[in-house]
Design a protein around this ligand. Structure first.
Ligand code: GLN
Ligand code: ZN
Length: 781
């Protein structure tokens, strides 16, 4: 009998109930009890949805983040919130958000999700947030120091266990495993985190014993760290930590299912297979090639759980093909085979049946969390009772997949032919930067230390209002266009008054930097409710890239040309790059990511050339998410960077020498990828640096970045307004590493989440700082 189980369920709710309950509680508009009741209702519904499984996850529900929950369970609270006498839930939110209950942060996400930033606070500093492995989910980083102690508080988990059991659920508590927990945390005092392992294991032992005392049989311990390169940390012996940890936990009277996901185990297969636990889960979507080697290593008493339904994407599983592969394994493993989604379903939307507007043909190819559980049930029955028992479901699945494979909406021979014809030549500028730069300078006539912004100006309530009225059909296209043109005119006026050198149109017409392009490209579909949690109450709705990409017509030219008509200063054309569009979408599973990226590159290239044709002299192509796409394993970086850089080059480099190409990236950890960034050969790159005091420019010490660069001098993630002096200081630091002739002065990122009342003084200071620097330079010369 193959068992079915799930690793985790999305908790935000099919209608984002949790989001709204949290935000209302934070605003003081609802009570703690009301919030708790929403949580209980969601758990109850989600368990009911999973009741057909043999084992159902418990403890995967969270009011903010499962890693933060683990910190509270382990009693690992940052010192600054210990001794808080108020409500424990409020204290939890203080760590999560820097405040307990107050305004929900108006900090709309740039960068597709959250920033790995400390958010603003009202007295207590929020925990740092960072990406959960290679997903767009962000967790709150556990904090450690040499004196960290742990003190078990199992109340939350035990209460949920009781609830689940009262509902008749076969509960399997879920924990973040001890080694992954340590590895994801940060030693604030620079001490060695691994020194804490013995103390940490005492808390885990106590927790597992507590669960055993409740009669729990299986506990899932998530150790996705096992799919990363454990031997690449010179001062941390994670392999040893794994052995020590699981040898100690072996004495507990529960069975442990060690859950790994997000990639193959590869060289860690031996370690993972031989840890003294009762079962091992591996991601059989990304790690299919691992399965046989692991099986051969696995001691004969152990359960092998195979993640055969993709927990990271929204396509239907090929059930027959999966069965072809699984049946021999099932014959070999018998009761020792479990099947599950590849990872927690946290990373997919909840329910496809809610989608009313999605094209029915495309919809028939998709599966969200609930549909994935249905697939799992079909697979389980087919293994246990034979395929005949689920013949109808298999036939329907096969028909849907066959239709997708044959659909002319997916396959456009002309697009594929164009991709096949991409050559190096397509991605190469006519002349090298040193020859282009003087031509551009002659045309643009910019001063030293030219000032510019990253693209967007504040997305005011009025802009959002007009857009929603337009979408709802209450105003027509020409009124919408007029309203957007008025916003563009306003931002041009403001920029002229500020004295900025290179202007932007302000992106008023864009709701989101990826969605805006996705909506205009063929090959993209949009869901109504396809929300995925990004952090806390924030969700993103990634567009669905389903077919070969074609650009039916120009997407931005009209707006930029209009903006240019309002000023004699140069106007930047503003585009999102192919890698970023790809990384923030649900992508096709029927062709390599690289091929989808190249198709996007060709489509955006057409836009670049149309802008140039229309007289736009400077074109910025944002690659905010290029770094995010880096594979978990460094050994795979090269191949990703090769096609990512190639795609950017194809997009950007078909222009004339005197057209200036800019790119923008929302981070500046460049040390390890700077050669790839340079290979993109943009004339100017703007990056985020202000918060780190330009220290992040360290990358530019060893590697001489050859082109122009604008290190951000205005941290747009906070309402703080930098002074002229602060900006001068930052730019002086930058000038120690990069020759002033190649420096630009600009904010860290787009200004859409800020208010005009903040933007005006900040940019006034920025322009004043640039003028001072210019004057100094003249005196020196
Ligand atoms: N051009 C975009 C903007 O200014 C860039 C946003 C981003 O990098 N996340 O909004
Ligand atoms: Zn940015």
């Amino acid at each position: 009998m193959a068992l079915t189980h799930n690793l985790g369920f999305p908790r935000i709710g099919a209608q984002r109930e949790l989001k709204f309950a949290l935000e209302s509680y934070w605003k003081g508009q609802s009570s703690r009890d009301e919030l708790l009741a929403v949580g209980a209702r969601l758990r109850q519904r989600h368990w009911a949805d999973q009741a057909g499984l043999n084992l159902v996850p418990v403890g995967d529900f969270s009011f903010y983040d499962q890693v933060l929950d683990m910190s509270f369970t382990l009693g690992n609270l940052p010192a600054r919130v210990r001794g808080f006498h108020g409500d424990a839930l409020d204290n939890y939110f203080r760590v999560a958000r820097g405040k307990s209950a107050q305004t929900a942060d108006a900090h709309a996400h740039c960068c597709g999700g959250a920033h790995s930033a400390q958010h603003a606070d009202d007295g207590v500093q929020a925990g740092e947030m960072t990406k959960w492995f290679d997903t767009n989910y962000h967790y709150i980083v556990p904090e450690f120091d040499a004196d960290t102690t742990f003190k078990l508080d199992a109340a939350r988990l035990l209460a949920q266990l009781d609830e689940a059991r009262a509902q008749g659920i076969q509960a399997k508590p879920v924990l973040v495993g001890p080694v992954t927990y340590l590895a994801l945390g940060k030693a604030k005092d620079g001490s060695n985190k691994l020194d804490l392992l013995p103390r940490l294991l005492m808390a885990y032992t106590e927790l597992l014993d507590t669960l055993a005392a409740q009669g729990v049989e299986w506990v899932q311990v998530d150790e996705p760290l096992l799919v990363t390169e454990l031997d690449k940390h010179p001062d941390h012996d994670w392999q040893h930590a794994y052995k020590a940890a699981y040898h100690q936990l072996k004495s507990c009277r529960v069975k442990l299912l060690l859950a790994t996901y997000f990639g193959p185990l590869q060289e860690n297969a031996y370690l993972a297979a031989n840890l003294p636990v009762a079962g091992l889960h591996i991601d059989a979507i990304t790690g299919r090639d691992d399965v046989l080697p692991v099986l051969n290593l696995l001691p004969a008493h152990k359960v092998l759980s195979l993640g055969v339904v993709n927990g990271r994407n929204i396509w239907k599983t090929d059930l027959n093909a999966t069965l072809d592969w699984l049946e021999p394994l099932s014959a070999r493993l018998g009761d020792r085979l479990w099947i599950a989604p590849s990872c927690s379903l946290l990373h997919v939307p909840v329910d496809l049946t809610q989608e009313q507007k999605l094209d029915p043909e495309i919809k028939s190819w998709l599966a969200f969390a609930l549909q994935k559980l249905d697939e799992l049930a079909v697979l389980g029955r087919a293994l246990n009772e034979g395929r005949d028992a689920v013949q109808q479901a298999l036939a329907a699945n096969q028909a849907a997949l066959a239709a997708r494979r044959a659909s002319p909406r997916v396959h456009k021979p002309a697009v594929q032919a164009a991709v096949a014809q991409i050559t190096d030549h397509l991605g190469r500028r006519q002349s090298p930067y040193v020859e282009r730069a003087p031509r551009q300078a002659a045309l643009l006539r910019l001063p030293l230390y030219p000032t510019t912004t990253i693209g967007s100006f504040p997305q005011t309530a009025e802009i959002r209002q007009v857009r929603s009225e337009f979408k709802a059909g209450r105003i027509d296209a020409s009124s919408y266009r007029a309203a957007m043109q008025a916003e563009i005119a306003r931002s041009v006026r403001e920029q002229e008054a500020l004295g900025l050198d290179l202007l932007v149109h302000g992106e008023a017409e864009r709701n989101d930097m990826v969605e805006y392009f996705g909506e205009q490209l063929e090959g993209y579909a949009f869901s109504q409710f396809g929300w995925v949690q990004s952090y806390g109450s924030r969700c993103v709705k990634p567009p669905i890239l389903f077919g070969d990409i074609r650009r039916p017509k120009a997407m931005t030219v009209e707006w930029i040309v209009y903006a240019q008509s309002l000023t004699t200063k140069p106007m930047k054309g503003m585009l999102t790059g192919p890698v970023t569009i790809l990384n923030w979408s649900f992508v096709r599973d029927d062709q390599p990511r690289a091929d989808s990226c190249r198709q996007l590159a060709l489509a955006i290239r057409e836009e670049v050339l149309d802008l140039e044709q229309a007289g736009v002299r400077v074109i910025q192509i944002d690659e905010a998410a290029l770094r995010e796409g880096l594979p978990l394993r460094k050994s795979q970086w090269r191949s990703y960077l090769d096609w990512a850089v190639e795609s950017f080059r194809v997009t950007a480099n078909g222009v004339r020498d005197d057209t200036q190409i800019h790119t923008h990236m929302c981070y500046s950890e460049f040390n390890d990828i700077i050669a790839a960034i340079a290979a993109m050969d943009a004339d100017v790159i703007t990056i985020e640096t202000s918060r780190s005091d330009m220290e992040l420019l360290d990358a530019f010490d060893d590697f001489k970045y050859p082109n122009e660069i604008g290190p951000g001098v205005y941290d747009i993630h906070t309402p703080n307004i930098p002074t002229r002096e602060q900006i001068i200081t930052l730019m002086r630091k930058a000038a120690q590493r990069i020759p002033p002739e190649r420096l630009w002065v600009n904010p860290d990122c787009g200004l859409k989440t800020r208010q005009w009342a903040e933007v005006i003084p900040a940019l006034t200071h920025m322009v004043a700082a640039a003028r001072t620097l210019r004057a100094e330079q003249r005196i020196a010369a």
